[in-house]
Ligand binder design. Sequence first.
Ligand SMILES: [Zn+2]
Length: 376
Amino acid sequence: MPTSGKADEAQPRPKSSATPIESEEISLIEYRCQSCNAAYPLGADDVIATCPYCGYTFEVDTGKTLKHSMIPNRLAVQEASEVVRNWIASVAARSVGSHVAKAVDIETPMLQWLPMIRVDADCRTHYSGGKKTQTGVASAYWTKIENETTSHEPIWVLARRHASDFGVEEFVDSIGDAESVTFDIKAIQSALLLNSELEETDAQPRARVNKVLKDRNTLLRTMTSLFDYQLEMNFKSCSYIHAPYWLVPYTYHNGTFRVALSGVTGQVLCAEVPVTKRYKASQWLKSLGLLISSALLFLSLPIATFFILQFASGSSGEAILLPLIILFGAAVLWAESVKTLGRVLRYQITMTADGKSREKGDSLKESLKIIAEVSS
Ligand SMILES: [Zn+2]
């Protein structure tokens, strides 16, 4: 979380209704609760605030009281530790070795309540795309997929401006259509309660972006290319809801790592794991394989060019593309080999809940897809 807001997006501070006292730190403002009179600090970017003592929730700018609910937390501290222990032993151990599970020391899990805005909207989408059904040497067959859908589903928006927290993207996905209950400060269990940095109306454009990205990802699992996608959203309501997110630190050989859990589902969201000797060995091998493939492709380049010049001079100009494709493919494999090697040099990697290495835009698959598209 940022500790200081940028000057250009400075918000007007609480007005007459509140009695703000600027504290030494510019980012925090001492505030006195309208309901129970307890003093507590407000963050400089907080837009909707909740009293950590009585649960009184209000809009900072207007002082207006806000209706507010929460999604129950399914994990106790002990259970959170167990979930992490089991995950390391069963999932992480597959790539880093089972000796890791025996040597980890799980520290006290920390519960945080993240502010979410649930946006309810009627959504109509129209999309068209294509699925490559058979790839031959000379031709490919495409099936056109076109559809219209209507749905009414909750879309969750994290009500923080800078959402770089570990596993938060996965956390938002984990909420789904979980039931919420009336907010009760006792159920917070004195865990950290984060305030909203977004107004409910600010959440609408974000909800739209979330919906488009989610649909795109889902559609691209069933088709090769998405040609057109249109979304019509009719916003119905927004509600302010706190949801339970866990961060569990653990140590292994003097290093500290983190596992993020969803208190909504009780499951692991993602985790940092140490790069062990076993993991290094597997990545070395993979990198070497990629490097050899890349070298072989480079070597084939003069031969391919020679044959094209010899025999294809009279035929279509497309043949001349082949050396370029080979060159591109070789370069991609080489880059991937270097990247794989880079993982060995790292001290830790981030894994998804099912034990895959989590890197934004899995580049090898993406790149191979591009090659396939260019060459077909
Ligand atoms: Zn209060």
